[in-house]
Design a binder for this molecule. Structure first.
Ligand SMILES: *Cc1c(COP(=O)(O)O)cnc(C)c1O
Length: 386
C-alpha cells in the first residue's frame, strides 16, 4: 500500500478517535464533483457499494445491503425499528453505551424488550444468553454490539450467534466499530442483520450507514417501521425498483465510500485492514505500558479498535491539559465514557500506521514531560516508594 503519511490535509490533526477518523487524500478527493441523484454513475456506484458490502460479510444470495442516510445510529435504529415487529420482543445484550442506545431505541419505538447486562470491562457471557432465551419464549430477536466502543471490548459474536440460531431466534448485530477490520462471515456467524457505517473501519467519510440483512427477513418486515425516513423495508423496495434512494442521497459520501472500498480491497480486505489495526494497537499498548499507563481490559478482551487507559494517579496529571497538549502536537484522542473507571481512550483505526502511532507516543511523552508527570500508573504512591 502507498505510504500513509500523505493522507491528511496539511495542518489537520491525526484523529485517534472512534470516528469520524483520518481518511486518505484519495477518499477526500473522490468528493470533488457534483452528481444528480438520478445520475447513471451514481446509481451504478450505489449498486456496486451494496454488492461489495454483502460480499464482505460473506452474505451471498441470501442477503442484501440497504444503505441509509445519516450517522451509524440511524442505521441501527432503522434495523431495530423495521426488523422487530410490533408483536416481537427484543433481548438486548448490554455491556456499554451502544447496547444501552439500542434499549433506548426500543423504548422510543415501544418495542417489548429485555436486557442482559454485563459490566463495561467484561464480555457478554454466551451461557447467560442461552439461559435468558430458554427462560423467555416471547423473545423473537437478540441484539448485540460486536465491538463495544465504550471500552473497546470484543464480544464473542460467533458463540452468541450459534446460541441464538439454535434457539430459533434472529440475531441483529451492531458491528459499527468492527465491520471491515474484524471478520464477520455470515456462514460462520448466522445473523439476520448487521448494521455498520462508512466512517469507521471502512475509512470513508461520515454521512451514511448500512444494514446487511437476510432477504427473507427484510421481505417479511413490511409495515413494521413506525418511522418513514428510517423504514428499511421501504428504502430496500425503492432501491430494488430503480436503484435510487428514496430521499436526497449523500452523493459525495457515497462516492468517497466507493473509493474507500477500493482502498480496503487493495489493502487485502478485512484481513489486511485488521492486520494494520492490530499492529497499531500493539504499538500503542506497548508504548503506553512503557510509560506506566494501564489498559482497562485484559489482552483477551481487547479489540484492535480503541484502547481504554485508566487515568494516572499522579496529581500533576490533568486530562484537559493532556488533551490540549496532544492537540497542539497534532493528535486528537478521546475522553472516556465508562462508569466503571476514570479513563480516556485512544483509537487505532483510520488511515494511521506505524509512523503515526509512534508520533502519537512521542507527543504523549512530550506532553507528560510538560506537566511534570513521570509515570502514567493509575496506582498512587508508586513514586514515593522509590
Ligand atoms: C460509532 C458507533 C455507533 C454509531 O454512532 P454514530 O455516532 O451514530 O455514528 C453505533 N454503535 C457502535 C458500537 C459505534 O461504535
Amino acid at each position: 500500500m502507498d505510504t500513509l503519511s500523505t493522507n491528511k490535509t496539511a495542518g489537520d490533526p491525526w484523529l485517534l478517535t472512534p470516528g469520524p477518523l483520518t481518511t486518505s487524500a484519495t477518499v477526500k478527493a473522490a468528493m470533488l464533483h457534483d452528481w444528480g441523484s438520478r445520475d447513471c454513475a451514481f446509481i451504478e456506484a450505489t449498486a456496486r457499494v451494496r454488492a461489495r458490502l454483502v460480499e464482505m460479510a460473506g452474505g451471498g444470495d441470501a442477503y442484501t445491503c440497504v444503505p441509509m442516510q445519516g450517522s451509524g445510529t440511524f442505521a441501527v435504529e432503522a434495523m431495530i425499528g423495521t426488523l422487530v415487529p410490533p408483536a416481537g420482543k427484543l433481548l438486548i445484550l448490554v455491556n456499554g453505551a451502544y447496547g444501552e442506545r439500542i434499549a433506548r431505541i426500543s423504548r422510543y419505538y415501544s418495542r417489548a424488550h429485555a436486557t442482559l447486562t454485563a459490566p463495561e470491562d467484561r464480555a457478554i457471557d454466551p451461557a447467560e444468553v442461552a439461559a435468558a432465551l430458554a427462560k423467555d419464549p416471547a423473545i423473537t430477536h437478540v441484539a448485540v454490539v460486536h465491538c463495544e466502543t465504550t471500552s473497546g471490548v470484543l464480544n464473542p459474536i460467533a458463540e452468541i450467534a450459534a446460541i441464538v440460531a439454535r434457539a430459533g431466534r434472529l440475531l441483529l448485530i451492531d458491528a459499527m466499530s468492527a465491520f471491515g477490520a474484524i471478520e464477520l462471515d455470515a456462514a460462520a456467524v448466522p445473523f439476520a442483520a448487521v448494521a455498520a457505517s462508512a466512517n469507521k473501519c471502512l475509512e470513508g467519510v461520515p454521512g451514511l450507514g448500512f444494514v446487511i440483512v437476510r432477504k427473507d427477513a427484510i421481505a417479511a418486515s413490511a409495515g413494521n417501521a413506525p418511522s418513514l425516513s428510517l423504514d428499511l423495508h421501504d428504502q430496500w423496495q425503492a432501491m430494488e425498483k430503480n436503484g435510487q434512494w428514496r430521499f436526497t442521497p449523500p452523493t459525495h459520501v457515497l462516492f468517497a465510500f466507493d473509493r474507500a472500498l477500493d482502498e480496503h480491497a487493495a489493502e487485502g480486505g478485512v484481513a489486511g485492514r485488521g492486520a494494520r489495526y492490530r499492529a497499531n494497537c500493539r504499538l500503542l499498548i506497548d508504548g503506553m505500558t512503557a510509560l506506566g499507563f494501564v489498559p482497562l481490559l485484559p489482552a483477551g478482551l481487547q479489540a484492535p479498535i480503541i484502547v481504554t487507559f485508566r487515568m494516572p494517579a499522579d496529581p500533576r496529571f490533568d486530562f484537559q491539559l493532556f488533551y490540549d497538549g496532544l492537540v497542539a502536537r497534532g493528535y486528537v484522542i478521546y475522553p472516556g465514557k465508562l462508569t466503571v473507571a476514570d479513563s480516556f481512550r485512544i483509537g487505532c483505526i483510520g488511515r494511521l500506521g506505524e509512523p503515526e502511532m509512534k508520533g502519537a507516543l512521542g507527543a504523549i511523552r512530550a506532553t507528560l514531560a510538560d506537566m511534570g508527570v513521570r509515570d502514567g500508573s493509575p496506582e498512587p504512591a508508586r513514586r514515593a516508594a522509590g
